[in-house]
Design a protein around this ligand. Structure first.
Ligand SMILES: Cc1ncc(COP(=O)(O)O)c(C=O)c1O
Length: 355
C-alpha cells in the first residue's frame, strides 16, 4: 500500500536507500552475512564509516579542521555533551530560544556554566525567529536551532557572531545549502533527512575542545570519539550504514536540487494554507519552515474530521505535535512532490464539501 508519509521523524527515507538496505540485511557485500551480523571492526564496516564521514564533509564543504563523528544518545545527548566539553564553569554560553528543543538545550547548559538567552520567542508560543540582537563577543559559544521541528519555524538567514557558533540542525541538516563552515560545531540526529534513528552526526572543530577544567567522563569526551574514529565502543552499525546510503543519494541528487524541490514543496503547501478559507498558518510568514509545515483550522471543531479524511487517503503523520495540536506536515527530502499535491488536493476537496 502506498502511503503519503508526513511523519516528523523517524520519517520517510529515499526508497532506493531502503531497498539497498533491505538487501544488505540478508547479505552484505556478498559476505554471506547480513549487515546486522557483521563486526564493526571488519574492513567492510570501517569502509562504511569512512565513506559516510567523507560524504558529510564533502556535502557540507568542510575542511579537515572538522572531525565528523557518529554518536549515540540522540541530539538530546548533545544538549549535555556540548556544555560539558565546551562551557567553562565560570564561563557563559549564549543561546537563542526558538522552541522546545532549544529550550531543552538551554536547560542542560545551565548545569555546567552561565547561560545568556540572548533572544527568545517563547512569549509568542515560538511563532517567529527573533532577529536584531547582538551576540556578546566574550562568551564560549553561541547556540541556535536552525529548524524548529515542533513549531515549524526556520532560520532563513543565519545571524553572525564573533564567537564560535554551534547549531542543532537535527531537522534540516542537508535539506538545503548553508554556509556550514560558519559553525564551529554542528549536530543532528540522523532520523529526519539523513537516515534511521540510532546515530547522531557531530561535526566539530578541534579548536572547540580542551578549554574546560572539569573532568569529563570518557564516553562524554568528544576527544575519545575523535581519537577512535567513532569506534571507541560499538557504533550503531545498521543506522550508520543506512545513513551512508542516504548520503550517497543526497550526493547523487545534488544538494542544490534537493533544496529547490524542498522549497517548491513548502511553497505549494503554504500557498494552499493561505488560499484555503478553512485553514490558516501559525507562524510568521518570513520564518516559515520548509521542513515542518504547521497549520490549524479556522473552525477547530472540524480538525478531527479532516484528520479522518486525510487518513482515508493514506496520509500518515499530519497531526501536530502533542504540545501544540492542529496539523504538522513534515516535508523531508525523500517526500515526493506528489505527496504534497495529494495533501493540497485533500484540503481543496474538504473546502468544497464543508466550506
Ligand atoms: C531540532 C531537534 N533537536 C533535537 C531533537 C531531539 O533529538 P533526539 O530524539 O535524537 O534526541 C529533535 C527531535 O525531533 C529535534 O527536532
Amino acid at each position: 500500500m502506498k502511503v503519503h508519509n508526513f511523519n516528523a521523524g523517524p520519517a520517510i527515507l529515499p526508497q532506493e536507500a531502503v531497498q539497498e538496505a533491505a538487501k544488505a540485511v540478508l547479505d552484505f557485500n556478498n559476505s554471506g552475512m547480513g549487515i546486522l551480523e557483521i563486526s564493526h571492526r571488519s574492513k567492510d564496516f570501517i569502509a562504511v564509516m569512512d565513506e559516510a564521514s567523507a560524504l558529510i564533509k564533502e556535502l557540507c564543504g568542510l575542511s579537515d579542521e572538522y572531525k565528523v563523528l557518529f554518536l549515540q544518545g540522540g541530539a538530546s545527548t548533545q544538549f549535555m555533551m556540548l556544555p560539558y566539553n565546551c562551557l567553562p564553569q565560570d564561563g557563559t554560553a549564549v543561546y537563542s530560544d526558538t522552541g522546545t528543543w532549544a529550550n531543552k538545550a538551554i536547560k542542560e547548559a545551565k548545569l555546567f556554566g552561565n547561560v545568556n538567552v540572548v533572544a527568545s520567542s517563547k512569549d509568542s508560543n515560538y511563532s517567529f525567529i527573533p532577529k536584531g540582537y547582538e551576540v556578546p563577543n566574550d562568551a564560549a559559544y553561541f547556540h541556535l536551532t536552525t529548524n524548529n521541528t515542533i513549531y515549524g519555524t526556520q532560520y532563513q538567514d543565519i545571524p553572525s557572531a564573533s564567537i564560535p557558533m554551534v547549531a542543532d540542525m537535527s531537522s534540516d541538516f542537508l535539506s538545503r545549502r548553508r554556509d556550514f563552515s560558519q559553525f564551529d560545531m554542528i549536530y543532528a540526529g540522523a532520523q529526519k533527512n539523513v537516515g534511521p534513528a540510532g546515530s547522531t552526526i557531530v561535526m566539530i572543530k578541534e579548536s572547540m575542545l580542551g578549554k574546560v577544567n572539569r573532568t569529563i567522563p570518557t564516553m562524554i569526551d568528544y576527544r575519545t570519539h575523535i581519537k577512535d574514529g567513532s569506534m571507541f565502543n560499538t557504533p550503531p552499525v545498521f543506522s550508520i550504514y543506512v545513513a551512508m546510503l542516504t548520503l550517497r543519494w543526497i550526493k547523487k541528487t545534488g544538494l542544490e536540487n534537493i533544496e529547490r524541490t524542498n522549497l517548491e514543496k513548502a511553497t505549494m503547501l503554504y500557498n494552499e494554507i493561505d488560499r484555503n478559507s478553512m485553514f490558516k498558518g501559525t507562524t510568521a510568514v518570513e520564518d516559515r519552515s520548509w521542513m515542518n509545515v504547521n497549520f490549524v483550522m479556522n473552525n477547530p471543531e472540524l480538525e478531527d474530521e479532516f484528520k479522518k479524511y486525510a487518513k482515508e487517503l493514506n496520509m500518515i503523520g499530519i497531526a501536530g505535535h502533542r504540545s501544540v495540536g492542529g496539523f504538522r506536515a513534515s516535508l523531508y527530502n525523500a517526500l515526493s512532490i506528489d505527496s504534497v499535491k495529494a495533501l493540497v488536493e485533500a484540503m481543496q476537496e474538504f473546502e468544497r464539501r464543508k466550506g
